[in-house]
Design a protein around this ligand. Structure first.
Ligand SMILES: [Zn+2]
Length: 149
């Protein structure tokens, strides 16, 4: 299934939610790629309390840490999990144009149609022709999880 993505980098990969607290005991949430990511942002004073702007931020104890639904896959599955999330996000954030895919991707590329993410069906030849024209597409080997049996 080929897709044309406008902003692949915008898709969400697994994040950890930490509950944070400032020196004035304001609590708030922060989303981070990892515990190290939190440490780095805090050490660089990139974290500030939304209530008082204090940069003296601590994580609440580990027991209070929540994770996004699939933020902590088993390490060996991490890449696969990230990919599955990418597929799911792509599905939710793209328009199904079916067999029109090649034509529509071309129209978008040449700004004859609104810029957006699309997905659909195309033959190997159509995909090759699109790539030759410099149109970035991605062929996904699998459907999103909710389409799997
Ligand atoms: Zn505060």
């Amino acid at each position: 299934m080929p897709v044309r993505l406008r902003a692949a980098k915008a898709y969400n990969f697994p994040m950890i939610i930490f509950e944070l607290i400032c020196t004035a005991k304001h609590r708030f949430e922060g989303w981070f790629a990892s515990s190290e990511d939190f440490d780095r942002q805090r050490d660089n004073n990139q974290l500030a309390c939304p209530s008082c702007a204090s940069t003296q931020i601590d994580k609440l104890p580990a027991a209070k840490i929540r994770k996004t639904a699939e933020a902590e896959p088993a390490p060996e599955n991490e890449a696969a999990e990230a990919f599955l999330q990418f597929v799911d996000a792509m599905y939710k954030n793209s328009e199904d144009v079916g067999r029109e895919f090649a034509d529509e991707a071309r129209r978008i590329h040449y700004e004859e149609a609104p810029q957006r993410n699309i997905r659909g069906l195309a033959t190997t030849e159509e995909n090759a022709a699109l790539r030759e024209e410099g149109i970035e597409i991605l062929s996904l080997p699998i459907p999103p999880r909710d389409k799997m049996n």
